[in-house]
Design a binder for this molecule. Structure first.
Ligand code: PLP
Length: 366
Protein backbone atom coordinates (compact mmCIF):
# COMPACT_ATOMS: atom_id res chain seq x y z
CA UNK A 1 0.00 0.00 0.00
CA UNK A 2 1.10 3.56 -0.65
CA UNK A 3 0.97 6.13 2.15
CA UNK A 4 -2.46 7.62 1.24
CA UNK A 5 -3.98 4.12 1.27
CA UNK A 6 -2.27 3.14 4.55
CA UNK A 7 -3.62 6.31 6.19
CA UNK A 8 -7.19 5.34 5.31
CA UNK A 9 -7.26 1.55 5.58
CA UNK A 10 -4.60 0.39 8.06
CA UNK A 11 -6.07 -0.57 11.42
CA UNK A 12 -9.71 -0.13 10.38
CA UNK A 13 -10.71 -3.56 11.68
CA UNK A 14 -14.47 -4.17 11.74
CA UNK A 15 -15.63 -7.21 13.72
CA UNK A 16 -19.16 -5.94 14.47
CA UNK A 17 -21.84 -8.22 12.93
CA UNK A 18 -23.63 -5.16 11.50
CA UNK A 19 -20.52 -4.46 9.43
CA UNK A 20 -20.15 -0.67 9.75
CA UNK A 21 -17.67 0.79 7.24
CA UNK A 22 -15.81 2.56 10.04
CA UNK A 23 -14.55 0.79 13.15
CA UNK A 24 -16.72 1.85 16.14
CA UNK A 25 -15.51 3.19 19.52
CA UNK A 26 -15.28 0.57 22.26
CA UNK A 27 -15.66 2.31 25.60
CA UNK A 28 -15.73 -0.80 27.81
CA UNK A 29 -12.81 -0.78 30.24
CA UNK A 30 -12.97 -4.56 30.67
CA UNK A 31 -13.49 -7.59 28.44
CA UNK A 32 -15.05 -11.02 29.00
CA UNK A 33 -12.44 -13.65 29.84
CA UNK A 34 -11.84 -15.81 26.80
CA UNK A 35 -8.83 -17.29 25.14
CA UNK A 36 -6.88 -14.53 23.30
CA UNK A 37 -9.34 -11.82 24.39
CA UNK A 38 -8.40 -8.35 25.56
CA UNK A 39 -8.37 -8.03 29.33
CA UNK A 40 -8.45 -4.45 30.53
CA UNK A 41 -8.42 -1.14 28.67
CA UNK A 42 -5.23 0.24 30.24
CA UNK A 43 -3.37 -2.79 28.85
CA UNK A 44 -5.08 -2.59 25.47
CA UNK A 45 -8.32 -1.75 23.70
CA UNK A 46 -9.56 -2.08 20.13
CA UNK A 47 -9.26 1.62 19.23
CA UNK A 48 -5.71 1.82 20.55
CA UNK A 49 -4.83 -1.32 18.58
CA UNK A 50 -6.22 0.35 15.44
CA UNK A 51 -4.22 3.52 16.10
CA UNK A 52 -1.01 1.61 16.81
CA UNK A 53 -1.51 -0.42 13.64
CA UNK A 54 -1.84 2.62 11.36
CA UNK A 55 1.10 4.38 13.08
CA UNK A 56 3.28 1.27 12.67
CA UNK A 57 2.55 1.12 8.96
CA UNK A 58 2.95 4.86 8.37
CA UNK A 59 6.46 4.75 9.87
CA UNK A 60 7.43 1.36 8.35
CA UNK A 61 8.02 -0.13 11.81
CA UNK A 62 7.23 -3.38 13.64
CA UNK A 63 5.11 -2.08 16.52
CA UNK A 64 3.81 1.14 18.09
CA UNK A 65 2.82 2.39 21.54
CA UNK A 66 0.25 5.19 21.91
CA UNK A 67 0.34 7.55 24.89
CA UNK A 68 -1.81 10.31 26.36
CA UNK A 69 0.65 13.03 25.26
CA UNK A 70 3.90 13.49 23.36
CA UNK A 71 5.64 14.17 26.67
CA UNK A 72 4.39 10.83 28.07
CA UNK A 73 5.77 9.06 24.96
CA UNK A 74 9.18 10.69 25.40
CA UNK A 75 9.17 9.95 29.11
CA UNK A 76 8.57 6.23 28.48
CA UNK A 77 11.85 6.13 26.50
CA UNK A 78 13.79 7.83 29.31
CA UNK A 79 12.18 5.54 31.91
CA UNK A 80 13.18 2.47 29.88
CA UNK A 81 16.89 3.37 30.20
CA UNK A 82 19.04 1.83 32.93
CA UNK A 83 19.66 4.29 35.81
CA UNK A 84 23.08 5.89 35.36
CA UNK A 85 22.77 6.01 31.58
CA UNK A 86 24.01 9.01 29.64
CA UNK A 87 21.85 10.66 26.97
CA UNK A 88 22.98 12.84 24.06
CA UNK A 89 20.21 15.30 23.20
CA UNK A 90 19.82 18.38 20.98
CA UNK A 91 20.83 21.76 22.45
CA UNK A 92 17.48 23.06 21.17
CA UNK A 93 15.42 20.03 22.27
CA UNK A 94 11.66 20.55 22.69
CA UNK A 95 11.58 22.35 26.04
CA UNK A 96 9.09 19.99 27.70
CA UNK A 97 11.32 16.96 27.09
CA UNK A 98 14.44 18.91 28.00
CA UNK A 99 12.79 19.81 31.32
CA UNK A 100 12.11 16.10 31.98
CA UNK A 101 15.78 15.24 31.50
CA UNK A 102 17.13 18.08 33.64
CA UNK A 103 14.55 18.04 36.45
CA UNK A 104 12.62 14.75 36.64
CA UNK A 105 15.57 12.51 35.67
CA UNK A 106 18.13 14.54 37.60
CA UNK A 107 20.37 12.08 39.45
CA UNK A 108 19.04 9.16 37.37
CA UNK A 109 20.26 10.01 33.87
CA UNK A 110 23.07 12.34 32.79
CA UNK A 111 22.70 14.46 29.66
CA UNK A 112 24.90 16.28 27.15
CA UNK A 113 23.09 18.83 25.02
CA UNK A 114 24.85 19.20 21.66
CA UNK A 115 24.35 20.85 18.27
CA UNK A 116 22.85 17.92 16.31
CA UNK A 117 23.64 19.62 13.01
CA UNK A 118 27.32 19.03 13.79
CA UNK A 119 28.12 15.28 13.58
CA UNK A 120 31.64 15.82 14.99
CA UNK A 121 30.11 17.43 18.10
CA UNK A 122 27.78 14.43 18.46
CA UNK A 123 30.70 11.98 18.07
CA UNK A 124 32.72 13.88 20.70
CA UNK A 125 29.89 13.68 23.27
CA UNK A 126 29.93 9.87 23.72
CA UNK A 127 30.82 8.46 27.15
CA UNK A 128 31.20 4.78 28.07
CA UNK A 129 27.72 4.93 29.67
CA UNK A 130 25.97 6.64 26.72
CA UNK A 131 22.83 4.62 25.97
CA UNK A 132 20.67 6.95 23.88
CA UNK A 133 20.98 9.61 21.20
CA UNK A 134 17.83 11.73 20.92
CA UNK A 135 17.29 13.51 17.60
CA UNK A 136 14.64 16.11 16.79
CA UNK A 137 14.56 17.26 13.17
CA UNK A 138 13.42 19.77 12.05
CA UNK A 139 13.85 21.26 15.52
CA UNK A 140 11.67 23.60 17.50
CA UNK A 141 11.70 26.59 17.07
CA UNK A 142 14.74 27.19 14.79
CA UNK A 143 13.94 24.40 12.30
CA UNK A 144 17.49 23.13 12.62
CA UNK A 145 18.18 19.98 10.61
CA UNK A 146 20.02 16.95 12.05
CA UNK A 147 21.50 14.47 9.53
CA UNK A 148 19.75 11.28 10.71
CA UNK A 149 21.82 8.72 8.77
CA UNK A 150 25.16 10.23 9.80
CA UNK A 151 24.19 10.38 13.49
CA UNK A 152 22.86 6.80 13.38
CA UNK A 153 26.21 5.66 11.98
CA UNK A 154 28.11 7.21 14.90
CA UNK A 155 25.59 5.92 17.47
CA UNK A 156 25.72 2.37 16.09
CA UNK A 157 29.53 2.34 16.43
CA UNK A 158 28.85 2.86 20.18
CA UNK A 159 25.94 0.33 20.27
CA UNK A 160 23.55 3.13 21.24
CA UNK A 161 19.81 3.50 20.66
CA UNK A 162 18.67 6.35 18.42
CA UNK A 163 15.24 7.88 18.94
CA UNK A 164 13.94 10.59 16.59
CA UNK A 165 11.21 13.10 17.44
CA UNK A 166 9.47 13.28 14.05
CA UNK A 167 6.66 15.63 15.12
CA UNK A 168 7.48 18.50 12.72
CA UNK A 169 8.14 16.33 9.65
CA UNK A 170 5.37 13.72 10.16
CA UNK A 171 5.60 10.23 8.60
CA UNK A 172 4.45 11.78 5.33
CA UNK A 173 7.69 13.74 4.84
CA UNK A 174 10.29 11.78 6.83
CA UNK A 175 10.71 8.16 7.94
CA UNK A 176 13.57 7.98 10.47
CA UNK A 177 13.31 4.17 10.83
CA UNK A 178 14.18 3.83 7.13
CA UNK A 179 17.24 6.02 7.82
CA UNK A 180 18.41 3.71 10.63
CA UNK A 181 16.79 5.13 13.79
CA UNK A 182 15.47 2.57 16.31
CA UNK A 183 12.37 4.40 17.51
CA UNK A 184 10.33 7.32 16.17
CA UNK A 185 8.46 9.61 18.55
CA UNK A 186 5.45 11.82 17.75
CA UNK A 187 3.41 14.36 19.55
CA UNK A 188 0.17 13.28 17.85
CA UNK A 189 -1.33 16.47 19.33
CA UNK A 190 0.19 18.25 16.34
CA UNK A 191 -0.14 17.28 12.64
CA UNK A 192 -1.44 13.74 13.20
CA UNK A 193 -4.38 15.07 15.20
CA UNK A 194 -4.38 18.08 12.93
CA UNK A 195 -7.38 19.96 14.34
CA UNK A 196 -6.05 21.26 17.69
CA UNK A 197 -8.51 19.12 19.66
CA UNK A 198 -6.66 15.90 20.65
CA UNK A 199 -3.70 15.51 23.02
CA UNK A 200 -1.58 12.45 22.34
CA UNK A 201 1.81 10.90 21.73
CA UNK A 202 3.28 7.81 20.13
CA UNK A 203 6.39 5.71 19.69
CA UNK A 204 7.01 3.41 16.73
CA UNK A 205 9.82 0.85 16.83
CA UNK A 206 11.85 -0.75 14.08
CA UNK A 207 12.30 -3.91 16.16
CA UNK A 208 10.45 -5.63 18.99
CA UNK A 209 13.61 -6.05 21.10
CA UNK A 210 14.10 -6.11 24.89
CA UNK A 211 14.22 -2.29 25.10
CA UNK A 212 10.87 -2.11 23.31
CA UNK A 213 9.49 -4.70 25.74
CA UNK A 214 10.33 -2.29 28.57
CA UNK A 215 8.67 0.60 26.71
CA UNK A 216 5.46 -1.42 26.26
CA UNK A 217 5.56 -2.47 29.93
CA UNK A 218 5.91 1.21 30.93
CA UNK A 219 2.98 2.07 28.64
CA UNK A 220 0.51 -0.27 30.36
CA UNK A 221 1.99 -0.28 33.87
CA UNK A 222 2.72 3.46 33.94
CA UNK A 223 -0.75 3.96 32.48
CA UNK A 224 -0.28 7.22 30.52
CA UNK A 225 -2.51 5.80 27.78
CA UNK A 226 -4.94 7.59 25.44
CA UNK A 227 -8.70 7.08 25.79
CA UNK A 228 -10.71 5.15 23.17
CA UNK A 229 -12.21 8.50 22.09
CA UNK A 230 -8.74 9.99 21.52
CA UNK A 231 -7.63 6.91 19.58
CA UNK A 232 -10.77 6.93 17.46
CA UNK A 233 -10.41 10.62 16.56
CA UNK A 234 -6.71 10.23 15.83
CA UNK A 235 -7.46 7.38 13.40
CA UNK A 236 -10.06 9.61 11.77
CA UNK A 237 -7.60 12.53 11.50
CA UNK A 238 -4.82 10.36 10.10
CA UNK A 239 -7.00 9.46 7.10
CA UNK A 240 -6.50 12.98 5.70
CA UNK A 241 -2.90 13.43 6.93
CA UNK A 242 -1.17 12.88 3.55
CA UNK A 243 -3.34 15.52 1.86
CA UNK A 244 -3.21 17.97 4.75
CA UNK A 245 0.60 17.73 4.75
CA UNK A 246 0.84 18.47 1.03
CA UNK A 247 -1.28 21.60 1.58
CA UNK A 248 0.63 22.62 4.76
CA UNK A 249 3.91 22.36 2.84
CA UNK A 250 2.60 24.41 -0.11
CA UNK A 251 1.33 27.16 2.21
CA UNK A 252 4.50 26.99 4.32
CA UNK A 253 6.62 27.54 1.22
CA UNK A 254 4.44 30.49 0.20
CA UNK A 255 4.62 32.22 3.59
CA UNK A 256 8.39 31.58 3.85
CA UNK A 257 9.00 33.09 0.40
CA UNK A 258 6.87 36.14 1.27
CA UNK A 259 8.65 36.77 4.59
CA UNK A 260 12.08 36.13 3.07
CA UNK A 261 11.89 39.29 0.94
CA UNK A 262 9.96 41.49 3.39
CA UNK A 263 11.85 44.63 4.53
CA UNK A 264 10.56 44.23 8.13
CA UNK A 265 12.05 40.72 8.41
CA UNK A 266 15.62 40.09 9.54
CA UNK A 267 15.77 36.33 8.96
CA UNK A 268 13.50 33.39 8.08
CA UNK A 269 14.05 29.85 9.36
CA UNK A 270 12.43 27.40 6.94
CA UNK A 271 14.21 24.24 5.69
CA UNK A 272 12.79 24.74 2.19
CA UNK A 273 14.71 27.99 1.70
CA UNK A 274 18.07 27.57 -0.06
CA UNK A 275 19.59 29.96 2.46
CA UNK A 276 18.59 27.69 5.40
CA UNK A 277 21.58 26.11 7.14
CA UNK A 278 20.31 22.52 6.82
CA UNK A 279 18.60 22.88 3.43
CA UNK A 280 20.81 20.32 1.61
CA UNK A 281 20.38 17.63 4.27
CA UNK A 282 16.65 18.37 4.57
CA UNK A 283 16.27 18.00 0.80
CA UNK A 284 17.89 14.55 1.05
CA UNK A 285 16.09 13.11 4.05
CA UNK A 286 12.67 14.78 3.71
CA UNK A 287 10.11 14.46 0.92
CA UNK A 288 8.93 18.03 1.56
CA UNK A 289 9.59 20.77 4.11
CA UNK A 290 6.35 21.07 6.03
CA UNK A 291 4.32 23.97 7.36
CA UNK A 292 6.42 25.19 10.30
CA UNK A 293 8.65 28.25 10.16
CA UNK A 294 10.10 30.95 12.38
CA UNK A 295 11.33 34.44 11.63
CA UNK A 296 13.06 37.35 13.32
CA UNK A 297 11.11 40.55 12.96
CA UNK A 298 13.22 43.74 12.82
CA UNK A 299 12.79 45.24 16.29
CA UNK A 300 12.30 44.11 19.87
CA UNK A 301 9.76 41.97 21.72
CA UNK A 302 7.22 44.84 21.68
CA UNK A 303 7.41 45.14 17.87
CA UNK A 304 6.91 41.36 17.60
CA UNK A 305 3.96 41.40 20.02
CA UNK A 306 2.36 44.29 18.12
CA UNK A 307 2.65 42.44 14.78
CA UNK A 308 1.11 39.28 16.26
CA UNK A 309 -1.76 41.22 17.85
CA UNK A 310 -2.78 42.79 14.51
CA UNK A 311 -3.30 39.50 12.65
CA UNK A 312 -6.83 38.17 12.00
CA UNK A 313 -6.31 34.65 10.64
CA UNK A 314 -3.28 33.63 12.69
CA UNK A 315 -4.38 32.84 16.24
CA UNK A 316 -1.90 33.93 18.89
CA UNK A 317 -1.53 30.56 20.61
CA UNK A 318 1.07 27.92 21.27
CA UNK A 319 1.08 24.46 19.63
CA UNK A 320 1.11 23.64 15.93
CA UNK A 321 -0.04 21.34 13.17
CA UNK A 322 -3.74 22.22 13.10
CA UNK A 323 -5.78 23.27 10.07
CA UNK A 324 -5.88 26.82 11.52
CA UNK A 325 -2.77 29.00 11.40
CA UNK A 326 -1.18 29.67 14.79
CA UNK A 327 1.45 32.23 15.67
CA UNK A 328 3.38 33.15 18.79
CA UNK A 329 6.37 35.06 20.00
CA UNK A 330 8.18 31.92 21.08
CA UNK A 331 10.30 33.26 23.96
CA UNK A 332 7.10 34.33 25.76
CA UNK A 333 5.91 30.67 25.73
CA UNK A 334 9.19 29.14 26.79
CA UNK A 335 9.48 31.19 30.00
CA UNK A 336 12.34 33.06 31.67
CA UNK A 337 15.04 30.40 30.93
CA UNK A 338 14.36 30.54 27.17
CA UNK A 339 17.40 30.91 24.89
CA UNK A 340 15.14 31.91 21.98
CA UNK A 341 15.66 35.48 20.66
CA UNK A 342 12.93 37.85 21.98
CA UNK A 343 12.01 38.95 18.42
CA UNK A 344 11.53 35.39 17.11
CA UNK A 345 8.02 34.61 15.88
CA UNK A 346 7.02 31.00 15.26
CA UNK A 347 4.32 30.23 12.72
CA UNK A 348 2.33 27.06 12.18
CA UNK A 349 0.99 27.71 8.70
CA UNK A 350 -2.53 26.31 8.42
CA UNK A 351 -4.75 25.39 5.52
CA UNK A 352 -6.49 28.74 4.92
CA UNK A 353 -6.11 30.32 1.47
CA UNK A 354 -2.46 31.37 1.02
CA UNK A 355 -3.66 34.64 -0.53
CA UNK A 356 -5.71 35.48 2.58
CA UNK A 357 -2.79 34.62 4.86
CA UNK A 358 -0.37 36.88 2.96
CA UNK A 359 -2.88 39.77 2.83
CA UNK A 360 -3.33 39.39 6.59
CA UNK A 361 0.44 39.53 7.22
CA UNK A 362 0.72 42.50 4.89
CA UNK A 363 -1.82 44.58 6.86
CA UNK A 364 -0.19 43.58 10.18
CA UNK A 365 3.24 44.78 8.98
CA UNK A 366 1.83 48.20 8.10
C1 PLP B 1 4.46 19.38 21.26
C2 PLP B 1 5.74 18.67 21.09
C3 PLP B 1 6.12 17.68 22.00
C4 PLP B 1 5.31 17.34 23.24
O1 PLP B 1 4.05 16.82 22.92
P1 PLP B 1 2.74 17.02 23.84
O2 PLP B 1 1.70 16.27 23.05
O3 PLP B 1 2.50 18.48 23.97
O4 PLP B 1 3.03 16.39 25.17
C5 PLP B 1 7.33 17.03 21.77
N1 PLP B 1 8.10 17.33 20.71
C6 PLP B 1 7.77 18.28 19.82
C7 PLP B 1 8.66 18.57 18.68
C8 PLP B 1 6.57 18.99 19.99
O5 PLP B 1 6.24 19.95 19.11
Amino acid sequence: MNIETIAIHAGNIVTDSQQPAVMPITLSTTFQHQEESLIYSRANNPNRMALEQVLTQLEYGEDAAAFSSGNAAGMAVFQALEPGSHVIAPDDMYHGLRNQLVSIFKGVLSVSFVDMGNVDAVAAAFLPETALVWIETPSNPLLKIAPIEAIVKVAKSHACKVVCDNTFATPIFQNPLKLGADIVMHSTTKYLGGHSDILGGALVTKQKDAFWGRVKMIQHTGGAVPSPFDCYFLCRSIKTLPYRMKAHAANGKGVAAYLDTHPMVEKVYYPGLRSHLGHQVAAQQMKDFGGMLSFLIKGDAAVADNFVSKLHYFTNATSLGGVESLIERRAASEGPDSLTPPNLIRVSVGLESLEDLLLDMNQAFQ
